[in-house]
Ligand binder design. Structure first.
Ligand code: UD1
Length: 416
């Protein structure tokens, strides 16, 4: 089931329910390690990355089970602090277990975390910040070892608002002695979700939603029930995908409050977008209007949705300019889209010009990373005739069932 077959050329029509957020679920699940009681995390998506996180938590000794659409985690019996599992290298988010385990035990041994091949993805910011809190790092035989005799609050200024580093500082900060003041924190909504979960458990974090967080460490955390928000990136995939394919769609539960830049871009592309409490309605133009897009940290346009705009604009009514500012390897789909008849110039490693064509044609293409893969399925739906997208295991890392979702919207998409 590593390929997806798409019979394209159909304008979308219908309603799809948006799954829970991957990027919020993963750090919240990691944070359950700091709570030595039972937590019930509702609305977790059934995606490969969440399954990997569940197996990592189990491997550490947590009792973990799915209950309907949520996950119950009890970390009271955890004694282990080593994670030398394959899952660590395959999933970047295993990195937030670093902050959680340092917080719980003051010590962790893990393989160097992996993730999508969309750039270098160093962890220097994580190490420097945790270093300020008293953590010492060593590397031996490819393993990363971190330990802190005393984990202490610190005044930390992040030179770049890294999402993962912000999460690790929060996780270590709630367990540390004293107060951690974090300046330059990432503003992504998933950080807010992590803070809200920890505060529900009894942590004290001031400034949630801002770039300056004050974390009062050392409080006892109690188990709680917490609902993960809907996935703004999945919602954005179908919203922008609809603009590329034509037609109209209702995205049930889409978190419009976290999607201002995406909605703005969708409107610039000629989409009619309206929002209500239940979700987002979008109606596509005949062909997308060209735009100038620059990715940025939140509240700017998310890098995770850049490939979907790129795919949609291959049918644009003019030339679209896209600049990628966050990850350097996010234009790997250009070659694949070209096989479908797209006309794209790489200006340099961080910029492309997409010259819209009237129509794409079906082709055999290969996904090489998560969001690019979703963009290729979208392009398949836009193209006339049959396409095969191979390498879909990347897509299943973040989308529960992209085929089912597109079928809900009337597209002919099947796993083969
Ligand atoms: C998270 C998201 C990912 C999203 C990204 C940016 C999760 C699981 N993943 O990834 O979907 O695309 O935010 O919104 O939540 N950097 C360094 N040194 C570091 C850390 C980061 O140079 O120590 C650089 C990275 O190479 C990259 C940029 O900072 O160029 C952004 O990285 P970061 O915000 O940390 O993203 P992730 O947490 O990896």
């Amino acid at each position: 089931m590593d390929s997806i077959r798409v019979q394209g050329g159909v304008a979308l029509q219908g309603k799809v329910r948006i799954q829970g957020s991957k990027n919020a679920s993963l750090p919240v699940l990691a944070a359950t390690l700091l709570v030595e009681e039972r937590s019930f995390i509702k609305n977790c998506p059934r995606i490969a990355d969440v399954h990997s996180m569940v197996s990592l938590l189990k491997c550490l000794g947590c009792c973990v089970r799915w209950q309907e659409t949520g996950i119950v985690v009890d970390s009271s019996c955890v004694r282990k602090r080593e994670m030398c599992q394959k899952a660590v290298t395959g999933m970047r988010s295993s990195l937030c277990l670093l902050g959680a385990l340092i917080g719980r035990f003051g010590e962790v041994i893990m393989e160097y975390p992996g993730g999508c091949v969309i750039g270098q993805r160093p962890i220097d910011l994580h190490m420097a910040a945790l270093g300020q809190m008293g953590v010492k790092f060593t590397q031996k035989n490819g393993l990363l070892m971190a330990s802190a005799e005393r984990l202490c609050g610190a005044c930390i200024r992040l030179p770049f608002p890294s999402v993962g580093a912000t999460e690790n500082i929060i996780l270590a900060g709630v367990a540390a002695e004293g107060v951690t003041v974090l300046e330059g924190a990432a503003l992504e909504p998933e950080i807010g979700a992590l803070c809200r979960y920890l505060c529900c458990c009894g942590a004290c974090i001031e400034g949630v939603g801002s770039g300056r967080l004050v974390i009062h460490g050392g409080r006892r955390l109690r188990g709680t029930t917490f609902r993960v928000p809907a996935d703004r990136i999945v919602a954005g995939t179908y919203l922008l995908g609809c603009i590329g394919t034509g037609g109209s769609a209702f995205l049930e539960q889409a978190p419009e409050e976290d999607m201002a830049a995406v909605l703005e871009t969708a409107r610039q592309m000629g989409g009619y977008v309206c929002t209500c409490r239940e979700g987002i309605y979008v109606q596509a133009p005949r062909r997308p209007k060209p735009v100038r897009l620059v990715t940025a940290t939140y509240p700017g346009f998310p890098t995770d949705l850049q490939s979907v705009v790129l795919a949609a604009e291959t049918r644009g009514d003019g030339t679209t300019y896209i600049e990628e500012k966050i990850f350097e390897n996010r234009f790997r789909i250009v070659e694949e889209l070209t096989k479908m008849g797209a006309c794209i110039d790489k200006v340099d490693s961080g910029r492309v010009a997409v010259h819209g064509v009237e129509r794409l044609h079906g082709a055999k293409v290969t996904a090489r990373e998560l969001r690019g893969g979703a963009a290729l399925v979208t392009a398949g739906v836009m193209a006339e005739g049959e396409s095969f997208v191979e390498g879909c295991s990347f897509i299943y890392r973040g989308y529960e069932n992209i085929g089912r979702d597109f079928r809900e919207l009337g597209a002919r998409v099947t796993s083969v």
